[in-house]
Ligand binder design. Structure first.
Ligand code: SAM
Ligand code: SF4
Length: 314
């Protein structure tokens, strides 16, 4: 049955660096290998690639990493992407380096959405899970992002033995600030390929933990192409669960990925891709590279990824 196989690919996740100052246990291996910044493509090159991909339907971009704020002048990239007509430009960050001045630059550049990782409200858990002692900075970043007036979502990777009891507290924390919380099933990628079963918490278990404190949960209709499924608590507080393992969304996935060195990938779980810079000056070759990458995009979930999340861009 091929006729129901239609995906409108229109989103591009762009990694601007694979470097990161955090060492989240679910993302970073013991010895990460970071690329030389000399190999990163420039913001002008990223913009030129995106411009080429607009004819193939790309209209939504999320900047990520590694930690995108470790690269200088990312607001300038946002400005360039908005200038070529990208409808929505979002940023995924761990928040550590966000200051009010930087947030103002993002606002002026036209940023449309913040995604801030918030795994815990407990400094000790942060130290164990993210291997940093900067929870205060992450919490401050959420307030700075909220103050910018740009919509904010938080991302919480849920791991047994670390933060699985904190979901109700994180939901409260987010809603008090007008932020939408999202809880992520642990992916089998990088350091989690080996230890996945030990740490995995399913979306079902997350819902039952939340229902205990929030009353009956109501599922909202699934928006095709969305990574998250959304729910309302009994007091109409909305939250998302990204159930990449138990409710994989490959068949409706709408995104492609571009690494910091300019490689186009169809999926986090596939390592084959196309270096795009050599095709930049030739529309036909660029189109062929796009089509080849598209053909590698799986329709069903591959068991585990041969890649590293920080290297591809989460
Ligand atoms: N450094 C930024 C951050 O942490 O938000 C952006 C890059 S990070 C790779 C993007 C997202 O990937 C984060 O929300 C992070 O929690 C998520 N992530 C990384 N490894 C994961 C894993 N094994 N399972 C689920 N989510 C993961
Ligand atoms: Fe860094 Fe984000 Fe990976 Fe954590 S999840 S190690 S903050 S890239």
């Amino acid at each position: 049955m091929l006729e129901h196989r239609e995906r409108r690919i229109h989103k591009l996740r762009i990694s601007v660096t694979d470097h990161c100052q955090f060492r989240c246990v679910y993302c970073m291996p013991k010895t990460p290998h970071f690329s030389s910044p000399a190999h990163f493509i420039s913001f002008d090159e990223i913009t030129a690639i995106v411009q080429r991909l607009q004819v193939h339907g790309i209209d939504t971009v999320r900047l990520t990493g590694g930690e995108p704020l470790m690269r200088a002048q990312v607001p300038e990239l946002v400005r360039k992407l908005k200038a070529i007509g990208i409808a929505s430009v979002g940023l995924s960050t761990n928040g550590h380096l966000l200051t009010p001045a930087l947030a103002a630059e993002f606002k002026a550049a036209g940023l449309d959405a913040w995604n801030i990782s918030l795994d815990t409200l407990d400094p000790e858990v942060c130290q164990k899970m993210n291997k940093v002692k900067v929870l205060d900075k992450v919490l401050e970043a959420i307030d700075i992002a909220v103050a910018s007036g740009i919509p904010v979502k938080t991302n919480t990777v849920v791991m047994r033995g670390f933060n699985e009891q904190e979901l109700p507290a994180i939901l409260d924390y987010a809603h008090i600030r007008g932020v939408e919380p999202r809880f992520l099933e642990l992916l089998r990628i990088g350091p989690m390929v080996k230890d996945h079963a030990r740490y995995f918490v399913s979306a079902d278990e997350m819902r039952s933990t939340l229902a205990q404190s929030q009353g009956e949960l109501r599922a909202l209709p699934y928006e095709a192409g969305s990574t998250a499924r959304y729910y309302l608590t009994s007091t109409a507080r909305r939250f998302g669960i990204i159930a990449s393992e138990t409710q994989a969304f490959c068949a409706t996935c709408t995104r492609m990925r571009l690494t910091a060195t300019g490689k186009l990938l169809g999926c986090l779980f596939v390592s084959e891709g196309e270096m795009l810079m050599p095709h930049l000056d030739d529309e036909k070759r660029m189109a062929a590279a796009w089509e080849r990458t598209l053909a590698q995009k799986p329709w069903e979930r591959i068991a585990h990824s041969p890649q590293e999340m920080y290297a591809v861009g989460g």
